[in-house]
Design a protein around this ligand. Structure first.
Ligand SMILES: [Mg+2]
Length: 213
């Protein structure tokens, strides 16, 4: 079992068996205000995943629409702010020996920009250039395979049903969804939370009153 000294003499014990936490980027690590329904309308998408739709197009329509998506993403990237409690939560996991991975449908360019801007470091980063996109479970399966970690040793932190669906398809049962206006109803088995601190408390086995003298 991993344990991390918390403030004062309280030991905050980590949930046994947790080895990997996979994070989403937009709306999870950073706060932004993507209006996905409006973006889909602009791109002419009725339903389904934007990336799957764009990849189904032939040239030159594919490049034209990708460029349009990139324009929206650039704007949101520039206006992104770090979510409260992110750094502390990531540090807590790292100190407890838990691997942290970032899986995003955003581009390597935007992701790199944000990680540098906020000075964040993940053990593994998977962007859309991998060709593995949420809501499929494949990007999560790839990350678990990389770390030799099983689904029941993994947790996912995201903000939309794409994170939830990808986790479910990958067999990951511990899913935390940070509530935002993008959070849909019907995420029955996910834990809906407001803040990172709540996830930390849920992952921590218990607060013990041991002293760390
Ligand atoms: Mg998101």
């Amino acid at each position: 079992m991993n344990s991390v000294p918390a403030a004062g003499n309280i030991i905050l014990k980590m949930d046994t068996g947790l080895k990997l936490v996979i994070f989403d980027l937009d709306g999870t690590i950073v706060e932004n205000s993507y209006d996905w329904p409006a973006i889909k309308r602009e791109l002419g998408i009725q339903s389904g995943s934007i990336l799957a739709y764009l990849d189904s197009l032939t040239e030159p329509e594919r490049s034209v629409k990708y460029a349009l998506l990139q324009r929206f993403e650039k704007e949101q990237t520039e206006n992104s702010v770090l979510k409260e409690g992110v750094r502390e939560f990531l540090d807590w996991l790292t100190e407890a020996g838990v691997k942290i991975a970032l899986v995003t449908n955003n581009s390597l360019d935007n992701t790199g920009h944000l990680l540098k801007k906020f000075n964040l470091d993940f053990n593994l980063v998977l962007t859309r250039e991998s060709g593995l996109h949420k809501p499929a479970g494949t990007p999560f399966l790839k990350v678990m395979e990389y770390f030799w970690v099983k689904a029941d040793e993994t947790a996912v932190v995201g903000d939309t049903n794409y994170d939830y669906l990808a986790a479910r398809e990958a067999g990951i049962k511990r899913v935390f969804i940070l509530k935002s206006k993008m959070t849909p109803a019907g995420l029955e088995s996910a834990e809906i939370v407001d803040r990172f601190e709540q996830i930390k408390n849920k992952l921590a086995g218990n607060y013990s009153t041991q002293t760390d003298k």
